[in-house]
Design a protein around this ligand. Sequence first.
Ligand code: EPU
Length: 334
Amino acid sequence: MENKNLKSLNTFAIDCVAKEFVEFNSQEDFEKIDKVYKESQRVHILAGGSNTIFLNKEYQGTIIKIENKGKKIISDEVDSVAVEVSAGENWAEFVRWACLNGYSGLENLAAIPGQVGASPVQNIGAYGMQVADRILWVEVHNMKTSDNYRIMNADCEFDYRFSRWKTSHKEELIYKVVFLLDKIFQPKLDYAAIKSYLEENKVNPITPIKMCDIVTKIRDSKLPNPEILPNAGSFFKNPTISQEQFEDLKQRFPQIVSFSQQDTIKLSAAWLIEQCGFKGERYNCVGMHAKQALVMVNYGGATGKDVLEMANLVKEKVQEKFGVMLEIEAHLIG
Ligand code: EPU
């Protein structure tokens, strides 16, 4: 298809037209996709569009939209199951399905917008869980060589909001992801927002589906619904700094919000942005959300220029006040 409008296919709701557009519906489409890959100047794989911001009014290439569906249990043990899920499945629906069946390990990642195949790309994480801890392997199709192969977890290069697909290996189309889930539930309750929810509400016993509902409620209370206020989730990553730099900052800003890691410190980007006065502030058609300063929102009609200008404004102010460099988490497509 030519000149396809992508506004309804990206949760930031940028009005962008793709020169060419094809769907990947099943493995029978591999040949078609390889041809497109070889003949197009540029190719971009689009899943749920929930972490993607198109910067221009036109995308001068081909969008491959992932739409394959299906899931199956490929191994069923006493205490665990391995589930193979097609990349085009909706992430939140898959997590809910797993929880309803009593399979746990992903419940804190409930209600995240997007598709299953995109989950390893930026290693989605929330409320003390990250998808990398549950992925056994990822099935990819190499559009350059036409080979299909498996990338085992250890070779995915997983890190905080990072994997081998975040910045390279763009010729690999992820078409299935295999997850290892538990049948015995060990809830992860250490995250502050979950702890305080449980203190205020009686939840007994806690089951995977109850956790899924709790996380959904917590997210709904803070994060803007893209259907009402378009956004792409966290716009920046939480920055990591050295212990030394942290001690200096802590002296100057005793309230600074941080999470300690092995030998480094992760700072709350939302806190840094809020301290610079951006929370709830609007700049042209975009702004930083009033309930979560890390989320950039589109008030309607935002362009790539608005997004970049606001992003630079925030980065400059945070750098000036705290000496910390913010890195954009959302995927910007030129
Ligand atoms: N905070 C502020 N101001 C704000 C918001 C938060 O000061 O406007 C402080 C609060 O002290 C709060 C702390 O920051 O306790 C952490 O906030 P929150 O729990 O909302 O998490 P986050 O670090 O801002 C990360 C993920 C989110 C994920 C949440 C919950 C990144 C880039 N973002 O945000 O993921 O849902 O934790 O675990 O790591 C996403 O990636 O799109 C996303 C939404």
